[in-house]
Design a protein around this ligand. Structure first.
Ligand code: NAD
Length: 340
């Protein structure tokens, strides 16, 4: 039997989750919550998606442009087994109440406070914690990227402390928030929210993060400094990362020296939208001095949380084990490498 899935919000993340859910043989995309009848709605309807709106005023806007609305978001919430909420961060509280009242389990995204959900989710770190929960938060792109890499290194090499300095893209490539020409301290105070957010997934990890926002649109880049309780070698860390699900090793020796190249790599791989779902670590940046390891990591912010959203659906409804779900999701999104 298929899992009936609703998506609320059809922006950077919601759109991608919708297309990914639509690829899963064990899921049926029932409908999508959307406010405006723009080109994304038009193309979605051409692809067979059903759209639901928050208010009658939104329905009128759709009707005026000749685009069909299938009902209200309240009706969508009643029809589905689970809803993936990808609305802007500020709407979480309001929608949470609606989902709980309808007894429809919900997944929220990383822009929401951790307190909104019963548990935060990264598939390979804590899949089982979400089973049977009503409200789960798929953590942000940077937290997902960090959690995958650090949990694996910690398991094998025993981390004592992590510092990450993050250069963050200022806006997404579709530029809904305008143009920028500055470097902002984001925030000025230390730590940035990313370190505490990783603690919602890896509570025993000692991590401090700092972040600056830079005027680019493609990818975040982490400068990672990892203190270990024992000595190791770059080759041993490379070996660990090769055996970690959803981590991709990239190399300057193959011409990948910037986020322009990681972005181009996504297009060259021929995936939907050129998306890269893996945490990307520069293999030739991995350096060990004493008990301290250094490396650079890129995070494709629009894409990295996609596989986690798909896995979280199965985790909440308990329809597959962690390994089964990661394998099914990876196969559907053309993600290679290990699944456990
Ligand atoms: P977005 O602004 O691109 O999309 C939000 C969508 O919700 C839009 O389609 C908007 O029209 C719609 N919407 C607005 N009001 C609505 C309402 N009342 N009901 C239903 N839909 C409504 O936002 P996004 O970047 O996709 O972010 C969504 C969530 O994902 C946030 O929590 C964000 O922090 C998180 N996230 C974003 C990124 C990223 O890089 N963009 C990465 C990881 C996580």
């Amino acid at each position: 039997m298929s899992i009936k899935v609703g998506i609320n919000g059809f922006g950077v993340i919601g759109r991608r989750v919708a297309y990914a859910v639509n690829k899963q043989e064990d899921m049926e995309l029932i409908g999508i919550g959307k406010t405006s009848p723009d080109y994304k709605a038009k193309i979605g309807i051409e692809k067979g998606f059903n759209f639901y709106v928050p208010e009658d005023s939104h329905k009128e806007k759709f009707n005026k442009t000749g685009l069909k609305v299938s009902g209200s978001i309240d009706e969508l919430i009643e029809k589905v087994d689970i809803i993936v909420d990808a609305t802007p961060g500020s709407l979480g509280e309001m929608y949470r109440e609606k989902y709980l009242n309808a007894k429809t389990p919900a997944l929220f995204q990383g822009g929401e406070s951790k307190d909104l959900a019963e548990v935060s989710f990264v598939a390979q770190c804590n899949y089982e914690n979400s089973t049977g929960k009503n409200v789960v938060r798929v953590v942000s792109c940077n937290t997902t990227g960090l959690s995958r890499v650090l949990s694996s290194i910690d398991n094998v090499h025993d981390i004592s402390k992590v510092t990450s300095v993050i250069a963050r893209r200022a806006v997404d490539p579709d530029l809904p928030k305008g143009m920028v020409d500055s470097v902002s301290l984001d925030p000025v105070s230390v730590p940035s929210h990313h370190g505490p957010d990783v603690s919602t997934i890896l509570p025993d990890l000692d991590i401090v993060t700092m972040a600056i926002k830079i005027p680019t649109t493609h990818n975040h880049v982490h400068s990672l400094i990892i203190d270990l309780n024992s000595s190791t070698t770059p080759d041993a860390i490379i070996d660990t990362l090769k055996n970690t699900p959803r981590v991709m090793l990239v190399s300057s020796k193959e011409g990948i020296k910037s986020t322009a190249h990681t972005f181009d790599l996504g297009r060259e791989l021929g995936r939907d939208r050129g998306d890269i779902y893996e945490s990307m670590i520069w293999e030739d940046s991995i350096t060990v001095i004493g008990n301290r390891a250094y490396m650079y990591m890129a995070v494709a912010q629009e894409a990295i949380v996609l596989p986690e959203n798909v896995d979280a659906i199965r985790a909440v409804l308990n329809t597959a084990t962690r390994e089964e779900s990661i394998k099914t999701t990876n196969d559907s999104l053309c993600i290679g490498g290990p699944t456990s």
